[in-house]
Design a protein around this ligand. Structure first.
Ligand code: 9PG
Length: 588
């Protein structure tokens, strides 16, 4: 297989509408130009592309995307692609060109869902497969090529495998999401690297890329191994202060560092500093009780979305992002949240200085109230297409600005866990990141619960969390601490078999990632406790090895849609994803 630089492709419009999309040859003398945009390229098709973009006109230009197109030559079939998902919950794993499809092409896929799971919320071209931030391509001839952006903080990097005139093409796309370049403005784009390896070396290629991207972005990888409890996966929205306190009392017998309250305490989405009727105490009193029990108080918030009837939204309508018609932009939907519009929530405009001051204040107030551990959820909302106060900002810059405000308010010592987050946007700002969909008290998704057309694999199910935990194992201690999502230890009030619960526990262990329990502790017996102790013992070993040596290795990452092999620190885990049966061995 060869990757041969072919041309430049630009999608842009003169501010206000007229398209200036087009292609330009590369390789000749002078910088290729499409309409008012000039692109400086250094090393296209070599192992390292450096590039930048300039608006040479005297009018503003809205840039959707700029791509260097590589022809994929002599790859042979099957042509496999490591498809890296956009955000925490987005499906990650191997797909085959000409066989698999992009979920945005499913006829009844919903635009909000496409915005949640891709940098570009528009549907792809037929036959196209796309990966965010990084990919590995492997043809039938055996060579594997990693193509990855060194960062995703200033703009997204989307790798699109498409049918071209002469065969497959890989588009290395800088996605700016219609960010407006002022007349004369010049912007650096994130570099793209290509690394080659043998047919079995995808895990090593990915580990090497993650190490370089982490070092480049100043990744926060030094936090201690985390063991904790989280209120979500037993109580969900019905968590009460009584239930929280009952678990805190039982936690005395458990080895938790962190004790984290999840969704369900807040008076409204967006009004994070006040509790609802289920929580008679204020947040500082709850944090004080957790701290008095010797645990680190943790709290969930969804800082960039607000309920239509929340105080923040009704008192500050100018803080909301907008659609072109002037109505507030939707950032997520969840009927359980209420808000007055069937569960639809608005997105805050993180390019508005007052919004950033507000976010900083919320974070500082929560840390001052006693929560040095914050889980930030549904944080993709500022990436959506819309009308933003500062039109020069890209989707990546909008998300990152929100995280930066929270980090400023929370201080350097707070553990920040990203969730529902476009992963490339937050390197250097988060300590941990959720790297997969939610677990659930069942293995596969249950019939009749497929409520996201095209995106079923991103819905809550332990199998879906399992898949991403293997496929993103290379990121642990390179980009952040991986959070594979909570263990599911209980044997009552669950449809997970004992074998499946053990398989998931072993997976969390061999991933070296965060070990969080999320059961009503009253339901857990001695077997559950022994399983947690086993997870923590193996997890600590794997985590320590990942700090100094290689991250966990998923050996069959390109072999099948759902891999089953994970190895680290002498441990070999093999799982059949269909039956959820596992075998775990220690090499001697
Ligand atoms: C709280 C939860 C937990 C959980 C998060 C996140 O696609 N969905 O509709 C969807 C809903 C909830 C969800 C993920 C996806 O879970 O991952 O740990 O904090 O929010 O509401």
């Amino acid at each position: 297989m060869q990757l041969v630089a072919d041309r430049l492709e630009v999608d842009a419009s003169v501010h206000g509408g007229r398209s200036v999309a087009g292609a330009a040859a590369i390789g000749g003398s002078g910088a290729p130009t499409v309409g008012p945009l000039e692109v400086h390229l250094d090393g296209p098709g070599s192992s390292s592309l450096r590039w930048s973009l300039a608006n040479r006109s005297d009018a503003p230009v809205a840039v959707r995307s700029v791509a260097v197109v590589l022809r994929v030559v002599d790859a042979g079939e099957p042509l496999r692609l490591f498809r890296h998902g956009y955000q925490s919950w987005s499906t990650t794993g191997a797909v085959t060109f000409g066989v698999d499809t992009d979920p945005s092409l499913v006829p009844d896929s919903i635009e909000l869902t496409r915005g949640v799971h891709h940098a570009d919320q528009r549907a792809t071209r037929p036959g196209e497969l796309r990966s965010e931030w990084v990919t590995v391509l492997r043809g039938g001839d055996g060579d594997a090529a990693l193509v990855g952006f060194e960062a995703g903080t200033e703009h997204d990097g989307t790798l699109r495998l498409r049918h071209g005139a002469d065969g497959p093409e890989l588009w290395c796309e800088a996605f700016l999401g219609d960010a407006v370049l002022a007349p004369g403005e010049h912007r650096l784009l994130h570099g793209v690297e290509i690394e080659w390896g043998g047919p079995d070396q995808a895990p090593e290629l990915l580990a090497g890329w993650a190490a370089r991207a982490g070092a480049f972005g100043g990744a926060r990888v030094g936090a201690p191994y985390q063991v904790g409890w989280c209120s979500w996966y037993h109580y969900f929205h019905d968590i009460t202060e009584d239930a929280l306190r009952a678990n805190l009392a039982r936690a005395a017998a458990w080895p938790f560092d962190v004790f984290q309250l999840d969704d369900g305490f807040q008076s409204a989405i967006g009004d994070w500093l006040t509790t609802n009727d289920k929580f008679p105490s204020e947040l500082d009193a709850i944090a004080a009780s957790i701290a008095a029990a010797g645990r680190t108080p943790g709290l969930w918030i969804a800082p960039f979305i607000v309920a239509p009837d929340s105080r923040v939204a009704t008192e500050h309508p100018d803080w909301l992002a907008r659609y072109a018609d002037g109505s507030p932009l939707f950032g997520m939907v969840n009927p359980e949240w209420g808000g007055g519009l069937d569960g639809l929530q608005y997105a805050l405009d993180t390019t508005h200085p007052a919004v950033l001051t507000h976010l900083e204040h919320v974070a500082r107030t929560l840390v001052d109230a006693g929560f040095p551990y914050l889980k930030l959820d549904f944080t993709f909302a500022p990436s959506f297409d819309g009308v933003w106060a500062d039109p020069s900002r890209t989707p990546a810059q909008r998300v990152r600005a929100g995280y930066e405000a929270i980090r400023r308010g929370a201080g350097d010592d707070t553990f920040i866990l990203g969730c529902g987050v476009p992963l490339s946007h937050v390197v250097g700002l988060v300590d941990g990141n959720r790297i997969g969909p939610d677990v659930a008290p069942s293995w596969a998704i249950e019939a009749g619960y497929d409520f996201l057309p095209g995106y079923t694999d991103c819905q809550p199910a332990t199998l879906h969390a399992f898949r991403n935990t293997l496929a993103r194992a290379h990121q642990h201690r390179r980009l952040w601490l991986n959070d594979p999502d909570c263990l599911m230890l209980r044997q009552a009030e669950t449809r997970l078999s004992p074998a499946a619960a053990r398989t998931w526990a072993e997976t969390v262990a061999v991933s070296g990632g965060m070990a969080l329990v999320s059961d009503d502790l009253a339901l857990l017996d001695d077997d559950a406790r022994r399983l947690l102790d086993e997870v923590v013992a193996i997890g600590r070993e794997v985590d320590a090895a990942a700090r100094t040596g290689a991250p966990p290795r998923c050996g069959d990452i390109l072999e099948r849609p759902i891999p089953g092999d994970l190895s680290a620190a002498g441990w070999d885990l093999t799982v059949d994803p269909v039956t959820a049966e596992s075998s775990l061995f220690r090499r001697t």
